[in-house]
Ligand binder design. Structure first.
Ligand SMILES: Nc1ncnc2c1ncn2[C@@H]1O[C@H](COP(=O)(O)OP(=O)(O)OP(=O)(O)O)[C@@H](O)[C@H]1O
Length: 333
C-alpha cells in the first residue's frame, strides 16, 4: 500500500510543465522486440476520468503499449507521464497508482472469492479492519456480493473477470489498464462491465484504458478511442469524432431489386446524396456505402421507386474494423 508520500499528487516539477497535466501522456513511444518494430512513434494525451479504448487487430501493439504503461516493459524510445510524472524515473510511484489487468488473468482455483481478494489485499500491505473494508469496497464496485463465499472455480467467465478487476482495484489505482477484458463476454456481461467502469471513473475519478480488437465492444463502453494498426496510432479522440473521420465505417447498405435495372442504374444511384462505393454482386443484388441518416435512406428508397427501381429487400451491415483497416492498407496507410 503506498504511503501518502507515494501518491502522485506531488507538485514536484517533473515531466511536461502543464497547469493540470493529463492523467496519462504518451510521447513518441516506440517499442521494438529485437528487429521487430511493435509500436512506432505513438503520442496521445488522456485526461482524468476518461474511459479510453485502444482498438486494433491482433498484433497491432495494444498489449505492448499497455505493458509499457504498466512499467512491465521498457520502451525503446519515448516518454510516458502519469499525472505529469515520468513513469521511468518515478517507477515506484507509478506502480502504486496503476492497476493492470492482463488479458486472460489467472485466478487461483482452490480459493473462495473473499480468500482470493484477502490474499492480494495482504500483499498490498492491508490488514485488519482496513483490509476487510477495502475488500468489501472492491467487491461492491464489481457487483460480486452474492459470490463472496463462492469458490473461484464456480464463477462464470464474466464473474471471473469482475473478480480479477476487484483484485486490480484493491490498491485504489488512479489509472486502470484492462487488456481485452471483454473478449469472450456475452452482451449482458459487457453492459455490466461498462456500468462498473463508469462507476469507478465517477466515484474514484479514475482513468481507464481498455483494449479490444472488436470495435463495437469499445464504442459502447468508451468516451474516447484510438485506432492502432501495425504499431501506428491512426486516429484518436472522442468516439463519435473518430468514427466520423474513419470514412470506411460508413454502413454498407445491401439491396435486392425486383428485376435487373437498366444501364443507367449505377450512374443514377451514384448521383444520389450520401451514396458511394457501389458494388454489384449479380444482376439484382447491389451494395453501397451510405453516409446519411435513416430518413435520408427512406428518401432514397422513395426516389428509387419513383424512378422505377423497385427494391424488394434492403439490409444494413456495419463493416468490421478488419475491413476498414484493409481499405486503409489499399489506400497506402
Ligand atoms: N515478446 C515478444 N517478442 C517478439 N515479438 C513480440 C513479443 N510480444 C509481442 N510481439 C510482437 O509485437 C507485435 C505487437 O504485439 P502485441 O501483443 O503488442 O499486439 P496486440 O495488439 O496486443 O495483439 P493481440 O491482440 O494478438 O495480443 C506483434 O507482431 C507481436 O507478434
Amino acid at each position: 500500500m503506498p504511503s501518502p508520500a507515494d501518491t502522485l499528487t506531488s507538485d514536484e516539477p517533473v515531466g511536461p510543465q502543464l497547469a493540470t497535466p493529463p492523467a496519462i501522456s504518451i510521447q513518441d513511444l516506440r517499442i521494438d522486440y529485437g528487429s521487430h518494430l511493435a509500436v512506432d512513434n505513438m503520442s496521445v494525451d488522456i485526461e482524468r476520468g476518461v474511459i479510453y479504448g485502444l482498438v486494433g487487430p491482433n498484433g497491432a501493439g495494444k498489449t505492448s503499449t499497455f505493458k509499457a504503461l504498466a512499467s512491465l516493459l521498457k520502451p525503446t524510445l519515448g516518454k510516458i507521464y502519469l499525472n505529469g510524472h515520468d513513469i521511468v524515473t518515478h517507477q515506484r510511484l507509478a506502480q502504486a497508482n496503476i492497476g493492470y489487468m492482463p488479458d486472460m488473468a489467472p485466478v487461483a482455483s482452490d480459493l473462495k472469492v473473499w480468500e482470493f481478494l484477502d490474499m492480494f489485499a495482504g500483499a498490498h500491505g492491508l490488514s485488519g479492519k482496513e483490509k476487510s473494508t477495502r475488500i468489501d469496497e472492491c467487491i461492491a464496485l464489481v457487483d460480486l456480493h452474492s459470490e463472496y463465499h463462492a469458490m473461484c472455480t464456480s464463477l462464470s467467465r464474466g464473474m471471473m473477470q469482475r473478480l480479477v478487476l476487484a483484485k486490480t482495484l484493491l490498491h485504489r489505482p488512479s489509472l486502470l489498464i484492462l487488456d481485452e477484458p471483454a473478449s469472450g463476454m456475452d452482451i449482458k456481461s459487457r453492459v455490466g462491465l461498462r456500468n462498473i467502469l463508469r462507476n469507478i471513473c465517477k466515484s474514484h475519478g479514475a482513468t481507464v484504458l481498455i483494449s479490444s480488437h472488436i470495435l463495437p465492444e469499445l464504442t459502447e463502453m468508451c468516451d474516447e478511442i484510438g485506432i492502432l494498426h501495425k504499431g501506428h496510432l491512426l486516429d484518436s479522440g472522442p468516439v463519435h469524432d473518430v468514427l466520423h473521420r474513419m470514412t470506411g465505417l460508413l454502413p454498407e447498405i445491401k439491396i435486392r431489386l425486383a428485376e435487373p435495372p437498366d444501364m443507367h442504374w449505377k450512374e443514377w444511384l451514384l448521383a444520389q446524396e450520401y451514396v458511394s462505393n457501389i458494388l454489384g454482386e449479380d444482376a439484382t443484388h447491389f451494395s453501397f456505402h451510405f453516409e446519411g441518416e435513416e430518413s435520408d435512406l427512406a428518401e432514397l428508397l422513395r426516389r428509387m421507386i419513383t424512378q422505377g427501381y423497385l427494391a424488394c429487400r434492403v439490409s444494413e451491415r456495419q463493416r468490421s474494423l478488419e475491413e476498414i483497416l484493409l481499405d486503409l492498407e489499399y489506400d497506402g496507410h
